[in-house]
Design a protein around this ligand. Structure first.
Ligand code: AMP
Length: 281
C-alpha cells in the first residue's frame, strides 16, 4: 500500500491506473478505523480495480463545542489495518494541504435535507461534509465512492450533491456494521465508559422493537414515543427520534418503507443509529 500526504503525490500514485483505465474506488474517513470502515474498503475492493482511502479529520464539519481537538487520531494503526484489507493507496493530507493558507470562498451547501435530523442539532455540519467530499471527489476522481448507511442522512446528501453537481461517480451505500450486541460501530464509541458501553445497545434494541411493532401496524407516533421513553429510562438524553422515507421525505403513507432515526447522548458522547423498516418486497 502506498501512503500519500499531498495531492501531487496522490496524482503521481494514481497516474498509471488512470492511464490503464482501471476503475478507482474511494472511501472517505476520519480515521480511527474499525470494522465498519474496513467493510467499506472490502466492498470497494470487490467492485473496483484499485481502492483509495482518505483519512482526514475535517475541521470545517465540527462545531465550536464539538470534539475536533479530541477526535482520536491513530494513523499508524489505521495504516496497518488498511494494508491488511488490500487498500491500494492511503491519502492522509494535512489541513494545510486540503485548505491551503488562503481564505476559503466556496462552500458546497445542499438544501432541504440538511435542515432536519443532525442538520438541526449540528448547524453547518453538512456544509462542511459536502465541501470536503466535493474537494476529495475532485482530488481522487474515483469511479465509485462508498459511504456507510450508519450516516444515512450524510449518504442521502452526498447522493443529492453528486446528482446536482454532475459528478460522474457511482455512490454505493454500505449496510451498518454492528458489534455483537447490536451497537453500531463508531469511532466515538471509544469515548464511552464501561457502564455507558453496557447501556449503548439499548438504541438498537429500541429500533428493532419498533420495527416489529410497525410491521404489526402499531401507530407510528406511538412507536416513536415508545423509543423515546425507552432511551430516557435507560439514561440517554435524546436529541431526536424521527421517521422519514429513505429519501428523507416526510412519511405520508402507512405502506411505504421508512427509516427510523435516533440521535442520543450518553454523558457527553453523541450516538446515532437508524433502521430501515420495509413494507414493500
Ligand atoms: P467517519 O470516519 O466516521 O467519517 O466514517 C467514514 C465512513 O465510514 C462513512 O461513510 C461512515 O458512514 C462509514 N461508517 C462508519 N461507521 C460505520 C458502520 N458502523 N457501519 C458502516 N459504515 C460505517
Amino acid at each position: 500500500m502506498k501512503t500519500e500526504t499531498t495531492i501531487q503525490g496522490l496524482n503521481a500514485a494514481l497516474a498509471p491506473a488512470r492511464i490503464a483505465r482501471k476503475t478507482i474506488g474511494f472511501v472517505a474517513t476520519m480515521g480511527n478505523l474499525h470494522q465498519g470502515h474496513l467493510n467499506l474498503v472490502r466492498e470497494a475492493k470487490k467492485l473496483c480495480d484499485l481502492v483509495v482511502v482518505s483519512i482526514f479529520v475535517n475541521p470545517i464539519q465540527f462545531g465550536p463545542n464539538e470534539d475536533f481537538d479530541n477526535y482520536p487520531r491513530t494513523l499508524e494503526a489505521d495504516s496497518h489495518l488498511l494494508a491488511d484489507v488490500g487498500c491500494d493507496v492511503l491519502f492522509a493530507p494535512t489541513i494545510q494541504q486540503m485548505y491551503g493558507d488562503h481564505e476559503r470562498k466556496t462552500t458546497v451547501s445542499v438544501h432541504g435535507i440538511t435542515d432536519i435530523l443532525c442538520g438541526q442539532s449540528r448547524p453547518g455540519h453538512f456544509d462542511g461534509v459536502a465541501t470536503v467530499v466535493t474537494k476529495l471527489f475532485n482530488i481522487v476522481q474515483p469511479n465509485t465512492a462508498f459511504f456507510g448507511q450508519k450516516d444515512w442522512q450524510q449518504l442521502a446528501i452526498i447522493r443529492a450533491m453528486t446528482r446536482d453537481l454532475n459528478f460522474s461517480i457511482d455512490i454505493v451505500g454500505v449496510p451498518i456494521t454492528r458489534a455483537e450486541d447490536g451497537l453500531a460501530l463508531s469511532s466515538r464509541n471509544a469515548y464511552l465508559t464501561a457502564e455507558q458501553r453496557q447501556t449503548a445497545p439499548v438504541i438498537y434494541q429500541a429500533l428493532t422493537t419498533a420495527q416489529q411493532q410497525l410491521q404489526q401496524h402499531t401507530d407510528l407516533q406511538q412507536v416513536l414515543a415508545q423509543i423515546d421513553l425507552t432511551l430516557v429510562n435507560a439514561g440517554f438524553v435524546v436529541d431526536y427520534v424521527k421517521a422519514y422515507t429513505p429519501d428523507l421525505l416526510p412519511v405520508t403513507q402507512f405502506d411505504q418503507d421508512i427509516v427510523l432515526f435516533i440521535a442520543a447522548k450518553l454523558g457527553s458522547t453523541r450516538l446515532i443509529d437508524n433502521l430501515l423498516v420495509k413494507f414493500s418486497d
